[in-house]
Design a protein around this ligand. Structure first.
Ligand SMILES: Nc1ncnc2c1ncn2[C@@H]1O[C@H](COP(=O)(O)OP(=O)(O)OP(=O)(O)O)[C@@H](O)[C@H]1O
Length: 245
């Protein structure tokens, strides 16, 4: 098995004549914890979305967990990739009318046989795993509460429980602490790292103080290009000033 879970070569994304990503070569090893930093509009979310095939670049090669994500022969080839890639976004992606528990059960859908996933039929084992995942993030007591009645921090914990249910090889987290107070942000980061201990974790981070909690490696994007790639504990203020100037 390749030691890299992500291999990107000559990636380019042009929208309406404007180049928003240009990554010549980037590899991420299995198990790495990576923070992606950069100003608003630097291309961080677009890079993440290219990795799970939600957006298609204009050119380049992307391999995730030894599966080609771009260029893609058939759209359905993304299904196994998506089963192996978990996502934690800004809390807006839970199904509002479903309970916390149902949202967590949905996390297992990508790896279920199609018929069961369409019919939303869950086994006792799946239900027990979902209960255990909610317990692991301290949300067992709110299992039956509708997602749209949860606070921002609670929603993120449910999203992490859902990811635990999926047991992904790669976790993509896009600003998972946005709109959370500092205590909730720290707690969500700790849970996210714990939940990803057996996977690779890539987190888009705006609050630089969270970098040491979330990552060993930092990748800085500026105008769509990688301008910084170093160990998190080697990151200097000068590098940060250059990145955000
Ligand atoms: N579908 C799209 N159509 C047009 N422009 C887009 C599209 N998606 C992204 N962009 C542009 O590409 C650039 C990069 O966007 P992206 O969301 O990746 O940045 P980001 O670094 O994640 O920003 P933020 O920190 O504000 O979330 C931005 O200028 C954005 O406006």
């Amino acid at each position: 098995m390749s030691t890299n879970i992500i291999e990107i070569e000559n990636l380019e994304m042009v929208i309406a004549g404007r180049r928003i990503l240009k990554v010549d070569s980037l590899q991420i090893a299995r198990g790495e914890k990576v923070a992606i930093l950069g100003r608003n509009g630097a291309g961080k979310s677009t890079l993440l979305r290219c990795l799970n095939g939600f957006v298609k670049p204009t050119a380049g090669h992307i391999v995730v967990n030894q599966r080609t994500v771009f260029p893609l022969r058939r759209e359905r080839d993304l299904r196994p990739v998506r089963a192996e890639v978990g996502q934690v976004l800004q809390g807006l992606h839970l199904v509002a009318r479903l309970s916390a528990m149902e949202n967590v059960l949905v996390g297992g859908l990508a790896s279920m046989p199609r018929l069961r996933s369409w019919a939303r039929i869950f086994t006792t084992e799946e239900t027990q795993r979902a209960q255990a995942a909610l317990k692991a993030v301290g949300m067992a007591h709110l299992a039956e509460k509708r997602a749209d009645k949860l606070s921002g921090g609670e929603k993120q914990k449910v999203a992490i429980a859902r990811m635990l249910m999926q047991q992904p090889q790669l976790v993509l987290a896009d600003e998972p602490t946005a709109a959370l107070d500092p205590t909730a942000a720290d707690e969500v980061c700790e849970l996210l790292v714990k939940a990803s201990e057996n996977s690779t974790l890539i987190t888009v981070v705006h609050n630089v103080s969270l970098v040491p909690l979330l990552s060993h490696r930092v990748i800085g994007l500026k105008a769509g290009e990688v301008v910084l790639d170093c160990a998190s504990n080697a990151l200097t203020q000068t590098q940060l000033d250059d990145l955000y100037e």
